[in-house]
Design a protein around this ligand. Structure first.
Ligand SMILES: Nc1nc2c(ncn2[C@@H]2O[C@H](COP(=O)(O)OP(=O)(O)OP(=O)(O)O)[C@@H](O)[C@H]2O)c(=O)[nH]1
Length: 364
């Protein structure tokens, strides 16, 4: 799944740093989600990307995604089963988008955009309007689609945060597996020093993937993370991933603790953290957007993982997040891509995000 990871070959000490590689699922063969390869992976061996197995995996992922999003999409798709394009259709669509937790702003944006597309194309059939809505959703979501690049910095330090139970540890486990299978040397940092079960869960993932872990009972989570970054560098790791304890953005002292972890990582490596990823439970709908904003205020996020999009009726929140990211960038902020989405607890249920694939799966 992370076929583009180029395994580091032994190089002389003065050799230039290895090229950046992207932790990205391969583009599908014939699914509607064909995405161009990002330039950062063009140097990867061509034969890796051409193997049919990952393409089949991606095709089967598309059907899992469709299934997962069926509850969000069915209400929206229902709007286009009539024969006329009139005010009633747009009103129904507005309600359906709001019900899917798209939020008022993103709903208004999509409706305005859709009406323009209908006018431009002179569409006469609701089925055509549905296709135009897919276009509009895909365009809105496009800035969220970016590969997670590892290898530009060695080690690449990734800090993972989120509320309790969002799916942080599970997502880290899956990501670790993908990276390890691609040849990356990964080290995990159990920065939840208080909850034994959390450390245990991360240890299980470390064991399964045969990667190293820095863990400590009690004590300062920032100190554990500091040790992990230093250990990662000393042991020649490609990636260090810090799993932090879950917390609500309203728990200010715990948010301060996260800020301290971030500062301390930066002390251990002046270029790090290279990624601050928020894991959000997509099933929480508009609340996920509120979490994104709060964690971003505290930590300046660099990316998201949206989990539990299986069986949710609230998957429209991705459109709301996309609009927020657009506004953030317009105000001079950096991108906040959705690096991965999760539609279940299995390893293959966490995959890279593709805007067109998501839009198609949602409305198919
Ligand atoms: N259905 C579904 N379940 C998921 C998904 N991702 C994670 N889970 C489940 O969500 C539950 C919580 O996941 P964890 O990884 O423990 O969450 P966490 O954020 O690390 O939790 P804390 O350490 O308590 O903050 C577990 O039962 C996971 O299997 C997903 O995409 N879909």
């Amino acid at each position: 799944m992370f076929s583009f990871f180029r395994k580091k070959s032994p190089a002389p000490a003065d050799a230039p740093q290895q090229p950046a590689v992207a932790a990205q699922a391969p583009a599908p063969a014939a699914s509607p989600a064909a995405t161009p390869l990002p330039s950062s992976v063009l140097s990867a061996p061509a034969n890796v990307a051409a193997t049919p197995k990952p393409q089949m995996e991606r095709a089967s992922w598309f059907s899992r995604l469709k299934q997962g999003l069926a509850r969000t999409g069915s209400g929206i798709a229902q709007v286009f089963t009539g024969t006329r394009i009139d005010d009633a259709l747009y009103e129904e669509l507005e309600t359906a988008l709001l019900m899917a937790d798209t939020g008022v702003k993103a709903t208004e944006h999509l409706l305005r955009d859709l009406k323009q597309r209908v006018k431009d194309t002179k569409a006469t059939d609701p089925a055509q309007v549905k296709a135009l809505l897919i276009e509009g959703v895909a365009e809105l979501l496009a800035p969220l689609e970016r590969p997670l690049v590892v290898g530009e910095f060695v080690p690449t330090v990734i800090m993972v945060v989120g509320v309790n139970g969002a799916g942080k540890t599970t997502s880290i486990g899956k990501l670790t597996r993908h990276l390890a299978e691609s040849g990356a040397k990964v080290l995990l940092a159990a920065a939840d020093t208080f909850r034994a079960a959390a450390r245990e869960q991360l240890s299980v993932w470390a064991g399964r993937n045969q990667v190293e872990i820095v863990s400590q009972e009690g004590g300062d989570p920032a100190a554990v993370t500091f040790d992990a970054v230093n250990a990662g560098r000393a042991r020649g790791c490609d990636v260090v991933i810090a799993d932090t304890a879950g917390r609500l953005p309203t728990q200010l002292h715990l948010m301060e603790e996260l800020k301290k972890i971030r500062r301390v990582i930066n002390k251990a490596d002046a270029t790090a953290p290279h990624q601050v990823l928020l894991v959000v439970d997509g099933n929480t709908g508009q609340n996920a957007l509120a979490q994104v904003k709060s964690f971003d205020d505290a930590l300046t996020l660099t990316g998201l993982i949206v989990t539990k999009l299986d069986g949710t009726a609230k998957g429209g929140v991705l459109a709301a997040i996309a609009l927020w990211v657009r506004e953030r960038q317009a105000a001079g902020g950096g991108p906040v891509p959705v690096y991965f989405i999760g539609v279940g607890e299995q390893l293959e249920d966490l995959q890279t995000f593709s805007a067109r694939e998501f839009a198609s799966a949602l409305l198919s």
